[in-house]
Ligand binder design. Structure first.
Ligand code: HPA
Length: 256
């Protein structure tokens, strides 16, 4: 088998297409539910971040078990999807962003493998939180799938599960954030800690709180646009993971 590749599916991308079988992977951090591909997809492992029933909220996702399971399965390259709110004016619902930076405002999550236990102490460099080789490949190969994608963007990660206040989003905008979500962290950092190449595609499903002038109360999340994009998103992700050899980017050396 060729080198195995990993996909972490976020909201709206809960399960892979047909031809995958469910598997429980035991890790020192708990069990992870993964889907392993068969036939043409036997190189693919799919993690459903929120569970297939979408009943695991962002602050309760066992990020460490998910990432460790991918590592135990020998996976070195991962692309994740995120449903997000658009903060920048050019990220309306239905648009995709290959994120290149992250601001972490989460708290209370198990956010590191280097917790003073068996794995000891390590400060993983995180200046570039996303694998540059994978992100460049996403941007370069997206036109072939007729998938318009913003080539870069800063993801600000709130704890949730509530949505943000208008003032929190105004602050985020001042800090340079382009999209807001609840799950990129600690996922991206844990991948780096294990030296896994990790990139993410964020799809806007709403304007962030207070951005839309018409916004008065509840946010309207448009998962239809994300579902519609799925048919291009997953083939693009597979193509990038199968064709990119990101060895020169340094992610592996930055991990353990
Ligand atoms: N805020 C945080 N997380 C989100 C949003 C949002 O507006 N939309 C989708 N996930």
């Amino acid at each position: 088998m060729t080198q195995r590749i990993g996909i972490i599916g976020g909201s709206g991308v809960e399960r892979p297409d047909r031809g995958f079988r469910e598997e429980i992977v035991e890790t020192p951090f708990g069990d992870a539910l993964v889907w392993t591909g068969e036939g043409n997809n036997e190189d693919v492992v799919f993690v459903s971040r929120h569970g297939v029933a979408h009943d695991v909220p962002p602050h309760r996702v066992n990020y460490r078990a998910n990432i460790m399971a991918l590592r135990q399965l020998g996976i070195e390259r991962v692309i994740a999807t995120f449903a997000v709110g658009g903060i920048a004016d050019d990220i309306p619902p239905g648009s995709a962003v290959a994120i290149d930076q992250i601001i972490d405002l989460t708290s209370g999550r198990e956010h590191t493998f280097f917790d003073g236990g068996a794995m000891g102490l390590h400060h993983a460099p995180f200046t570039e939180p996303v694998c540059p080789a994978l992100r460049e490949a996403i941007v370069g190969q997206a036109p072939g799938f007729e998938l318009p994608i913003r080539p870069a963007g800063t993801y600000i990660c709130f704890n949730g599960p509530r949505f943000e206040t208008a003032a929190e989003i105004r602050m985020s905008r001042l800090l340079g954030a382009d999209v807001v979500g609840m799950t990129a962290m600690p996922e991206a950092a844990l991948a780096r800690e294990l030296g896994i190449h990790y990139a993410g595609i964020a799809v806007s499903v709403n304007w962030a709180a207070g951005i839309d002038a018409a916004y008065m109360g509840a946010l309207t999340l448009d998962f239809g646009a994300l579902q519609a994009m799925r048919g291009k998103l997953l083939p693009l992700i597979l193509d990038v993971l199968r064709t990119t050899d990101p060895r020169a980017c340094g992610c592996t050396e930055l991990g353990t």
